[in-house]
Design a protein around this ligand. Structure first.
Ligand code: COS
Length: 384
């Protein structure tokens, strides 16, 4: 399959087989142990998935957005914890370096991230700054040739495993607004970094997150992303534009999986003397789900194509993330419903997927933030 100049057919076929033969069967063990088995991490590495977004010159796969989305449709079919492992690292953890890093910063980190030798984590959210990302209070105080970082970051995916933290911090006080936010590339080995206890989540078992606390953590000035203060907020927003298309693609993969689970159950379960798939109220649930999944897929492909053509995609990315994640929620609910009482038992994957899917509407911007972004961009377009 050729994706606008990139042939990712072999990769998507191989990933599809791997997802069905290895990842899906491993889901119950991941749920039980709250960890991805080392052998699977090794296989993810061998597919090059830790370097999906990273250019080939730095050892990555260098996928364009559309190719990345096509791979994400496949990976998203399995429990989302698998994706979190590599997708957060070469997603939000790394995109800042790709977008705004100096050549030296790219050379220093990208080859190791692409190989999966280190993982990168995104440190934006704080205890009192979630949706209001501009309200962060983590400080980076200049001290001679160094900066000294202090503050707490919350919900940091892969915090326990990360070797690099992309940290957003204030280099000027609150009055400076977003012009006072800068980005730092902080190695795990620096003194003054403490990882909190693992978050106890409703779902997503296997994907670990925790607070990361920086206590007078001294870093050289060369760790300032792009060597430039005051542009961190825009770096974060541009990372999120990309990540929101990626998350929407993952949601499409999950919608496909949920529908397959629903169809399997509807064909196998007999009531009133026939398979429940023959009842029109069940068919309506499946039909609505299939139509929404198809719409979400088409939106993701259109937004990814626009991004690859260099168009601004903030609005499209928010539309995709909003629609695809909300659709995944509705589909999970319908599929659980058509399972009847069995949907409430841990014996069927839908119980776990239903919990997993709930996070999609919260992270990388809640649905309400996507609505605000869509409206902001729409109104600005109309005003121009
Ligand atoms: N790309 C480039 N620049 C962007 C941008 C984007 N996607 N989004 C905003 N900006 C720029 C704006 O153009 C504006 O620049 P100027 O001051 O030069 O005009 C600046 O950033 C501030 O934008 P805005 O006024 O819209 O910022 P707000 O503080 O009102 O917040 C929201 C914007 C709410 C959209 C932002 O804080 C957000 O996305 N919050 C959710 C955070 C999130 O997703 N967290 C999850 C973390 S990952 S798990």
């Amino acid at each position: 399959m050729r994706v606008e100049g990139q042939d990712v057919g072999d990769l998507t076929t191989a990933v599809r087989r791997f997802v069905r033969e290895v990842l899906v069967p491993a889901e119950p063990a991941v749920e039980e142990n709250d960890a991805i088995p080392a052998a699977i991490v090794e296989q993810l590495r061998s597919f090059g998935l830790f370097g999906m977004t990273i250019p080939e010159a730095y050892g990555g796969l260098g996928l364009c957005m559309l190719a990345e989305a096509r791979v994400a449709f496949e990976i998203g079919y399995a429990a989302p914890a698998f994706r979190s492992y590599f997708g957060t690292s070469n997603g939000v953890g790394t995109l800042g370096i790709l977008l705004d890093g100096t050549d030296e910063q790219k050379r220093r980190y990208l080859p190791r991230i692409a190989k999966g030798a280190i993982m990168a984590a995104f440190c934006l959210t704080e205890p009192d700054a979630g949706s209001d990302a501009a309200a962060i209070t983590t400080r980076a105080r200049r001290d001679g040739d160094d900066y000294v970082i202090s503050g707490t970051k919350r919900f940091v995916t892969n915090a326990p495993q990360a070797g690099l933290f992309t940290v957003f911090a204030r280099t000027a006080d609150k009055d400076a607004g977003i012009a006072g936010i800068s980005t730092f590339l902080v190695d795990r080995e620096r003194a003054g970094i403490e990882i909190g206890p693992l978050d106890r989540k409703m779902g997503f078992r296997g994907s670990q997150s925790a607070d990361v606390r920086f206590d007078e953590c001294r870093v050289p000035a060369a760790t300032l992303l792009g060597g430039k203060e005051g542009v961190g907020f825009k770096t974060a927003m541009r990372c999120l534009d990309h990540a929101r298309i990626h998350m929407a693609a993952i949601s499409v993969g999950l919608c496909t999986r949920l529908i397959d689970e629903g169809v399997r159950h509807a064909l196998g379960r007999k009531q009133f003397g026939r398979a429940i798939a023959q009842f029109q109220l069940i068919q309506a649930m499946l039909a609505d789900s299939e139509a929404e999944c198809f719409a979400a897929r088409a939106m993701v492909e259109a937004a990814a194509r626009a991004k690859d053509q260099g168009e601004p995609v903030t609005k499209q990315a928010a539309c995709c993330k909003y629609f695809a994640t909300e659709a995944a929620g509705r589909i999970a609910d319908r599929v659980l419903q058509l399972h009847g009482g069995y949907g409430y038992l841990k014996d069927f994957p839908i119980e776990r997927l239903y919990r997993d899917v709930r996070l999609l509407r919260l992270y990388e911007g809640t649905s309400q933030i996507q609505q605000l972004v869509i409206a902001r961009e729409l109104l600005a377009e109309k005003a121009r």
